[in-house]
Write a protein that binds this ligand. Structure first.
Ligand SMILES: Cc1cc2nc3c(=O)[nH]c(=O)nc-3n(C[C@H](O)[C@H](O)[C@H](O)COP(=O)(O)O)c2cc1C
Length: 361
């Protein structure tokens, strides 16, 4: 079997990074399966306690569930296991502490500038990778981390075609006027390779809309060390969401991928369904927020509870839920994602396909 080329972040070696997907879409099963195929398997830290119905204190329930997912993934693989922690989470610091105690290999920090991450992680041998959306944010975080004698071990550059919340304006996303990933990646590579900024070049990892092996080859040629991919991993057997969540991807046409205004004050990309039509049309779904899980959410003004919607979707109930997805989710078809028995293909099959595509221009 020809494998995808490997690259290094710190002392870790991998062939790609599987992007963290909340709530519970990338947990122990997906992360360990990817790690067993030479990739970095990433567990999304957001609201894992809710998947178990929040037994006891909510913060503790989330932390305990997160710890359990990391431990389980470690037992299922000797490969590279990392986590995705969003700065915007109310308990961001607590989750960083758990991941540090559990000695994950890699911490990917998104949704805000995690200025204090090196201080929180201390001397633990963990690669710290901020998600940025341009060279300016890469510079900002580098300056903050240098104050703690730390530089990023890599940069993930997430462009406007990614799934989930996006760091671009709603108008730019809808009108397709946001800067393109290839331009952003070139800028960040310029910054990361400049000896005035870093003693050694810092690996740059593009994300957002990378779907086929040919896309990986394209970004390698552009000078990226590797790529981060999420959407394509949803339609695998090991993805931790219910099969009905994965079937939403099979159902989606190109026109179904829509930009939504999320209650947390950011736009996001998701698959159109009747629930989204309802709330985007201004209908309010009453809820009682006891938790305030995201710093940027104002429950009084929100039309619905985002976390509740994502949890419902994770379990396969779309009456009051929806699926986040990247712009290429519509490419998933039953022919490409199901095997002869009608089951979703395994991560190993997907990795083999990516490698075949990579090698057939
Ligand atoms: C279902 C879904 C959930 C996601 N959840 C998160 C998340 O919790 N935190 C985060 O930083 N990024 C999240 N993302 C973004 C991915 O980690 C990744 O960077 C992005 O989707 C890559 O683009 P692609 O999906 O086109 O490959 C999510 C993406 C999807 C599709």
């Amino acid at each position: 079997m020809i494998e995808l080329p490997k690259f290094k972040i710190g002392n870790l070696e991998m062939n790609l990074i599987q992007g963290g997907m909340g709530v519970g879409v990338s947990a122990r099963n997906l992360a360990s399966a990817v790690a067993n195929c030479g990739g970095a398997g990433i567990i999304a830290s957001v609201e894992l306690g809710l998947l178990r119905g929040y037994k006891g204190n909510k913060i503790k329930a989330n932390q305990d569930a997160f710890r359990d997912e990391i431990r389980a993934a470690r037992q299922m693989s000797n490969g590279v296991i990392g986590v995705n922690i969003m700065r915007a989470l109310t308990d961001y610091q607590g989750l960083v502490k758990v991941a540090t105690e559990e000695k994950v290999d890699l911490m990917i920090l998104g949704a805000g500038i995690a200025k204090d991450a090196p201080k929180l992680v201390g001397d633990a041998p963990i690669c710290l990778v901020p998600m940025v959306n341009d060279a300016r944010t890469a510079d900002l975080i580098t300056r903050a981390w240098k104050k703690h004698n730390k530089v990023p071990d890599a940069f993930v550059v997430e462009g406007p075609k990614a799934g989930g919340h996006l760091a671009y304006s709603f108008e730019d996303l809808v009108n397709n006027t946001a800067p393109q990933l290839e331009d952003l990646v070139k800028d960040v590579i310029g910054f990361a390779n400049n000896p005035e900024n870093f003693k050694n070049p810092v690996p740059v990892i593009p994300a957002g809309g990378i779907y086929f092996g040919q896309d990986i080859a394209y970004y390698h040629k552009l000078g990226a060390a590797g790529v981060q991919m999420a959407t394509r991993f949803v339609t695998t057997r090991e993805c931790d969401a219910d099969d009905k969540f994965k079937q939403e991807y099979l159902r989606a046409n190109k026109e179904d991928l829509m930009i939504i205004k999320s209650p947390v004050g950011m736009p996001g990309r998701a698959i159109r369904n009747s629930f989204l039509e309802k709330v985007m049309g201004g209908e309010k779904i009453d809820f009682n927020c006891k938790y305030n899980c995201l710093k940027t959410c104002n429950p009084k003004e929100s039309l619905y509870c985002l976390m509740k919607a994502l949890i419902e979707a994770h379990g396969g109930d779309f009456r009051e839920g929806f699926a986040f997805a990247g712009s290429n989710a519509y490419r998933a078809t039953p022919e490409s994602c199901l095997d002869a028995d009608g089951k979703f293909i395994t991560v190993r099959t997907l990795m083999q396909r990516l490698s075949d595509e990579y090698n057939s221009p």
